[in-house]
Design a protein around this ligand. Sequence first.
Ligand code: C5P
Length: 227
Amino acid sequence: VLRGVIALDGPSGTGKTTAARGLATRLGSGYLDTGAMYRVIALAVLRAGADPADPAAVLAVAERTELTVGTDPAGVRVLLDGEDVAVAIRGGDVDHAVSPVSAVPEVRARLVDEQRRIIAEVLAAQGGIVVDGRDIGTVVAPDAPLKVFLTASPEARAARRSAEHGATGVESTVESVRAAVDRRDRLDSTRAASPLRAAEDAVALDTSDLDREQVITALTGLARERG
Ligand code: C5P
């Protein structure tokens, strides 16, 4: 089976995170959720009462925030200054604040350095890691031996997000989730610093009509072919 970095990129609601964890579990690899890292910074910005749309204020918060994101696909530990924030980073307020926060180039530079450090550490210990994000194949790990760009129809993505919110107890309708997902993808795709886009050598996978197991099976197949 394939070793090294498997880069999974794509917009929200494509089932990326669930699939990435499932794939890492099947392969016995580590797993890194880079979105969780941007979410921790966004949460810290909100808690500091800073404006997510003010790049200087965002950077000042990022510089004094200590964040930890674990790499075990069975249970991802997410800490902000030592506090467990795995649930808090999934709130609607963070969904709303995270795109402007992640558009700040200096914030990205800090997190990309940290991501590369974590990836190197996990590769040395375990030989393989699945990394989930927006710019993994293009910026964080451009030499990854397998890059997959997940897509799904707007309807399928809104339905997935809404189901996730239901599971975590966040009140939402499919329409409001769809509007929020569209907004975030528009911001992520049009920002100047490492916008969301597929790497030239990425394999595209449309997950609209696939359930969780089918997505994981398709990804495992790609990893086996390349191995
Ligand atoms: O993957 P998730 O939806 O948790 O990501 C949250 C946000 O973090 C994205 O909407 C995007 O703004 C940002 N992000 C990013 N680069 C990554 C991962 C996430 O800009 N590699």
